[in-house]
Design a protein around this ligand. Structure first.
Ligand code: SF4
Length: 662
């Protein structure tokens, strides 16, 4: 029997695999206490399907198998020849913490460039930015334990019933509690909620501002809390006053009474937890949406025993990536390259000099720099940008232009553009840790032999660094060596993991409530309100396309798509439409339609559902094997603070396909 963390969503369920390869939930794991959803059950069946077994290289059309020595030779030569600013690394929240730590050290400490970003940029960047602005640090303020005594749950822009199913089941177990869902689509989560507020996409900031306005007008502000533990209330209220319910209800397409209802539960419930995910984060207004919601918690004193704002992480180890600082501005232990003390500490810790003080470009900026010829080498690790980035037409041109290295366990769409492919081991074939949404760190045991010649990601970068003269910086012989070094870098930080050991996991870092004494790591020690500015993207096309996840598939389907059981009912690719909208266009359920934006077209089968009028929903993860990916239709507009792309609001046209239904 071996234990590990589920490699899919950020709930971070603990799993067990027995000698026969059967997977069950780990009854002793605090994230799930034995529960699990369907996705990981089929992991053993797909471990070896569609894998990359040897390094592959091509100069012309065809790939040829090469040795690791040859692959390292090619990489070392490229990296020595190119200026550090001409290279770029794009990594993943699905890697283990040890992998991420070594890659981050290789890029920021060894190559001396901050040209690195992770797919968390598409996922968590807005939540991280908002946490830092409001509380002075990243990190969710509470934990899953807080679900157990809460009586009110607000899900905003989160379809947790399918995207974080075990967490949602835990919420449902709180019988007699009130569940409110705010979403443009009547999702599984909305269907199982007591109240569904069908908001117009992109308008959450106006909605939450209006709730703050009502809280004030009704005398429901907790002024004792506000005065003692926060600052900036007046400025936030001034902004909120622009959105009285009669104004916000028009902007958001909701009833005034729905705004009052949310204000009332913030004022009167015993304990309120608000969960949110990509519906708030992936937006040009993403940071403001987060802040507007956090403002409501601060205004009503809903922290710790009275509630919590709780951002759900999308990926299994996005939290670990944040601890290691894998975005273009981060350093280990929730540090930042812009902070001279943080840089100095890590330079001394690593024994290097010259960490760059300026954050590198984000992944969407890097795509532009590739097209401008300024970045000439791109190394993608454990992610599939050819399907998951926005503005895919542009991304494809960039992937064709750059020298592309893909390091992955499975062959994916991005491999089609690669010059060099490196086979990586996956969870189960290597060991290391991951951190789930509530800061619980889990040790993942090895339970299978690495496929072919694949290697753990941390080892690939360690071996290359040694070939390039980095023996002193990369002395690691095992993932344990890496973890032992990393954890020391967090000592004394809010995410202090220095007391953890592989043997003692799972364990959570930080106290149950990160800000138990209501002292915050800001200059004044107080939490900060922020005026939440509302801005709508201007889009044309007739319909607003919203994207999201499939129930039994994970991201771009590279692993879950290989399971017949998990594919059932998920293909062919569909678009969810309001039947009234469909009727106006003469479209019937089951019919094929073309969604278009500019020169790009995507074909989908129509399903009817309760989607806000003039909105449509289509999942984002379909690889090219099933037709053009949805993200071909998404713009690469980003939030100005978090630089997270808006993957939830794209103006598209809809027309009946010339072809007949499948
Ligand atoms: Fe895995 Fe998430 Fe399902 Fe838990 S809820 S078993 S972490 S996919």
């Amino acid at each position: 029997m071996k234990t590990f963390q589920c490699p899919y969503c950020g709930v971070g369920c603990g799993l067990r695999i027995d000698e026969k390869g059967k997977i069950r939930g780990d009854p002793d794991h605090p994230a799930n206490y034995g529960d699990l959803c369907k996705k990981p059950i089929y992991l053993p069946k797909v471990l070896d399907k569609g894998r990359i077994g040897r390094p592959l290289y091509r100069e012309g059309e065809a790939f040829k198998e090469i040795s690791w020595e040859e692959a390292y030779g090619i990489l070392a030569e490229k990296l020595r020849f190119l200026d550090p600013d001409e290279v770029y690394f794009y990594i993943s929240g699905q890697l283990l913490t040890e992998d991420i730590y070594v890659i981050n050290k290789f890029v920021k400490g060894f190559l001396k460039t901050n040209n690195i970003d992770a797919n968390s940029r598409l996922c968590m960047a807005s939540a991280v930015t908002a946490y830092k602005l409001a509380f002075g640090s990243d990190g969710p303020p509470c934990t899953y334990e807080d679900i157990n005594d809460a009586d009110t749950f607000l899900f905003a822009g989160s379809n947790a019933a399918i995207a974080h199913p075990v967490l949602f089941k835990r919420v449902l177990k709180r019988r007699g509690s009130l569940i409110i869902t705010i979403d443009p689509v009547e999702t599984e989560t909305a269907k199982r909620s007591d109240v569904f507020i069908q908001i117009r996409a992109g308008t959450d900031t106006a909605f939450f501002n209006s709730v703050l306005f009502v809280l004030y007008k009704e005398g429901w502000i907790n002024f004792e809390f506000v005065e003692k533990y926060t600052e900036g209330f007046e400025e936030a209220l001034k902004e909120a006053e622009k959105f009285p319910p009669e104004v916000a209800s028009r902007i958001c397409g909701v009833g005034k009474e729905e705004i009052y209802l949310v204000a009332e539960v913030f004022a009167k419930s015993k304990k309120l937890i608000s969960f949110w995910c990509q519906g708030l984060n992936q937006s040009v207004n993403g940071t403001m949406k987060n802040l507007a919601l956090i403002n409501l918690h601060l205004a009503t004193g809903r922290l710790n025993e009275r509630g919590c704002p709780f951002s759900l992480t999308g990926q299994p180890n996005a939290m670990g990536g944040r601890e290691v600082g894998y975005l273009s501005n981060g350093l280990p232990g929730y540090r930042d390259v812009r902070n001279p003390e943080d840089r100095k500490f890590i330079e001394e810790f690593w024994g290097v000099k010259g960490i760059k003080p300026k954050p590198g470009p984000t992944i969407t900026e890097a795509v532009d720099l590739i097209l401008e010829g300024k970045i000439r080498f791109l190394w993608v690790v454990c992610t599939n940008p050819a399907v998951s980035l926005p503005e895919l037409g542009k991304v494809r041109k960039a992937l064709e232009k750059v020298f592309l290295v893909v390091q992955d366990a499975y062959w994916n769409d991005t491999c089609e553009f690669a010059n060099l492919i490196l086979p990586a081991s996956q969870v189960g074939e290597k060991e290391g840790v991951m951190t789930g949404s509530d800061r619980t760190v889990t040790f993942c045991e090895k339970f299978s032999k690495p496929y072919g010649e694949s290697k753990p990601d941390w080892l690939i970068f360690t071996e290359l660094a040694r070939k390039m003269g980095g023996e002193r910086l990369f002395p690691y012989r095992s993932s344990r060596d890496v973890f032992e070094e990393f954890k020391v870098s967090t000592k004394g930080r809010i995410c202090d993991m220095s007391g953890l050991s592989y043997e003692g996991l799972p364990a959570r870092w930080g106290r149950r409530w990160l800000y138990e004494d209501l002292r915050f790591p800001t200059e004044s020690g107080k939490a900060r309100f922020h005026p939440a500015k509302f801005e709508m993207p201007s889009e044309s096309g007739g319909f607003i396309l919203i994207t999201g996840r499939l129930k039994n598939q994970w991201h771009t389907m590279t692993r879950t798509g290989k399971s017949e059981e998990l594919l059932k009912g998920e293909v062919p690719p569909f678009v969810l439409m309001n039947p009234e909208d469909a009727k106006e266009l003469g479209i019937e359920e089951g019919e094929e339609v073309v969604l278009s934006r500019g020169p790009y077209e995507v074909v989908r089968i129509v399903k009817f559902g309760n989607v806000k009028r003039r909105h449509i929903f289509s999942p984002f993860g379909y690889p090219r094997e099933f037709g053009e990916p949805t993200n071909l239709l998404l713009p690469d507009r980003v939030d100005p603070l978090s630089k997270e792309p808006d993957l939830r609001y794209s103006g598209v046209r809809v027309r009946v396909s010339a072809r007949r239904p499948l």
